[in-house]
Write a protein that binds this ligand. Sequence first.
Ligand SMILES: NC(=O)C1=CN([C@@H]2O[C@H](COP(=O)(O)OP(=O)(O)OC[C@H]3O[C@@H](n4cnc5c(N)ncnc54)[C@H](OP(=O)(O)O)[C@@H]3O)[C@@H](O)[C@H]2O)C=CC1
Ligand SMILES: Nc1nc(=O)c2c([nH]1)NC[C@@H]1CN(c3ccc(C(=O)N[C@@H](CCC(=O)O)C(=O)O)cc3)C=[N+]21
Ligand SMILES: [Mg+2]
Length: 288
Amino acid sequence: MSASIIDGKRIAKELREEIAGRVASFRGEHSIQPKLVAILVGEDPASQVYIRNKQRACEQAGLASSLIRLPDSVSQSELLGQIEDLNQAPDVHGILVQLPLPEGISADLVLRAIRPEKDVDCFHPENVGMLAIGTPRFLPCTPAGVVELLKRSGVETRGAHVVICGRSNIVGKPLALMMMQKGDGGDATVSVCHSRSRNLEELTRQADILVAAVGREGFITGSMIRPGATVIDVGTNRSANGKLVGDVVFEEAVEIAGAITPVPGGVGPMTVTLLLENTLRGARRTVR
Ligand SMILES: NC(=O)C1=CN([C@@H]2O[C@H](COP(=O)(O)OP(=O)(O)OC[C@H]3O[C@@H](n4cnc5c(N)ncnc54)[C@H](OP(=O)(O)O)[C@@H]3O)[C@@H](O)[C@H]2O)C=CC1
Ligand SMILES: Nc1nc(=O)c2c([nH]1)NC[C@@H]1CN(c3ccc(C(=O)N[C@@H](CCC(=O)O)C(=O)O)cc3)C=[N+]21
Ligand SMILES: [Mg+2]
């Protein structure tokens, strides 16, 4: 038996074409081009991949985008000053500060400094709070990408047991919030595992939908997967041979799972796509 492969690249392309259409009509109606600005401090390799892909995606969807590169040595106050300029700039609708940030810069402080109306990552405490109570302003890109992938591949979340490995503020925690929410794409029973979880394999084997967001190559092996389960691999790891690999041992998992996302070509392209969606949403706010 072999799992069906969830083609994130294809689904992302479909969704991008829809977004491009909406961007075009927004521009036609308001003569405003939605604009995203990303800030990269230093040279984190995962961030480089993300940046390259989102610049290209913005171009294809008709969005403006720019990248501010700052050296590792930049001071926290200089960075905060840059963010404040972007907060004030009327032509900027989305601001994204790439994580991780170098030591000596407080990510918490930096993320709070971004004006919530331009916080396309949905990392600001106000936006996380809105998400948690069920009245989201933005949906966080990677979790929303996962939910959209499931929806578009016909995987039912309602009543399903979703087991998420990882509890970060960027993936695991907001994904848990979204999937436990009432209604479409949610209504799941959610378990969240982390490095202190006991009997991990016992937990993951209960999953109808297993999400790996740990950041370790080879983390999810075949024996951790219930036969027929859907496996979503969020991991983006640089392997020793330079290849991009997920957290799941794909060759094992594909024999056991019912459906599985590959890396690359699974969740990653969806993250980029949802960022386009959020930038358009940020621009819409300015005309209401
Ligand atoms: N495809 C995409 O669009 C994106 C991909 N990523 C990728 O996803 C992965 C996760 O990213 P991120 O959430 O930022 O990572 P973090 O390092 O912030 O979080 C990793 C999580 O995994 C948990 N963990 C670590 N070791 C174990 C273990 N032995 N058993 C169980 N849980 C464990 C940690 O537990 P604890 O909390 O106890 O430390 C933590 O909650 C990375 O590979 C990243 O590159 C990230 C964002 C977007
Ligand atoms: N503020 C912030 N927000 C983030 O969302 C954020 C971040 N910082 N820091 C880094 C991580 C990582 N991340 C990825 C997004 C897309 C791909 C992606 O496009 N992946 C393609 C890669 C294909 C390739 O080019 O090789 C794929 O999996 O197919 C990967 C990783 C977002 N992150
Ligand atoms: Mg991290």
